[in-house]
Write a protein that binds this ligand. Structure first.
Ligand code: ADP
Length: 216
């Protein structure tokens, strides 16, 4: 029997088994996410991409533009609702299978309130904390990206700097929220392949231990 009910509502405990990607804007999460999403047995979700895929004329699409345009986070309750719907769709479409696929959550949760709201549904194995000490390197990357990807929130210098402050204030405290043994610091100020290597050295053991190998 098929049902329209989200599997989240039926969950008695965590059902999404995940690794989190945490890092400031411009640190290279997107580049890594794209590479990780090519790997069988990994399902990568970028909250920024999830929002950008919304129909711009829809209610949620408009709310997103309103907040992202000035560098603010979308309100937590709306963010989590959109994420839950997004995940339920991926389960229904069978693009994500929680038994076989390790979920990489990139950009969500973005603060402690979101982490608490998601906790009943998500088991967090590891938190990959991407670090780049040089702020200017990241601002430079964002400036480049704004031209290539036509992102309104990347074009304005003031908005970019504001997002950085939001990251420091709201997102970075997540690193103290999770148990320290789950945090893996990754140096992001190096070759993309080296960053990937560091990330894989954390997530491959998780895949091996907890997930069934995908049928190839
Ligand atoms: P970046 O990390 O480079 O700032 P993202 O693509 O992750 O860019 O996010 C772009 C915008 O989308 C954010 O500035 C914010 O408005 C919104 N956003 C993304 N993820 C979240 C989230 N988890 N909670 C609230 N807002 C979010």
């Amino acid at each position: 029997m098929t049902t329209d009910k989200s599997p989240l509502h039926e969950a008695s405990g965590p059902c999404y088994r995940a690794v989190l990607l945490v890092g400031p804007p411009g640190v290279g999460k997107g580049t890594q996410g794209k590479m990780l999403s090519q790997i069988p047995g990994i399902f990568h979700v970028s909250s920024g991409d999830m929002f950008r895929e919304l129909d711009r004329t829809s209610k949620f699409g408009q709310i997103f533009q309103e907040y992202a345009g000035i560098g603010k986070l979308v309100p937590d309750d709306i963010t989590i609702k959109i994420w839950q719907d997004y995940m339920a769709t991926k389960v229904r479409e069978q693009t994500y299978n929680s038994k076989n696929d390790l979920l990489i959550l990139d950009g969500i949760p973005r603060n402690i309130t979101q982490a608490n709201l998601m906790a009943p549904f998500v088991q967090v194995f590891k938190v990959i904390y991407m670090v780049c000490e040089d702020r200017e390197v990241m601002f430079k990357r964002i400036r480049g990206r704004s031209l290539k990807e036509n992102r309104i929130d990347d074009a304005e210098e003031l908005v970019v700097r504001y997002r950085w402050d939001v990251y420091k204030r709201e997102t970075e405290p997540l690193i103290d929220y999770y148990p320290q043994e789950r945090i893996r610091i990754v140096d992001a100020n190096t070759l993309a392949a080296d960053v990937l290597y560091q990330i894989l050295s954390t997530i491959v053991p998780v895949q091996k231990k907890y997930f069934e190998p995908p049928i190839m």
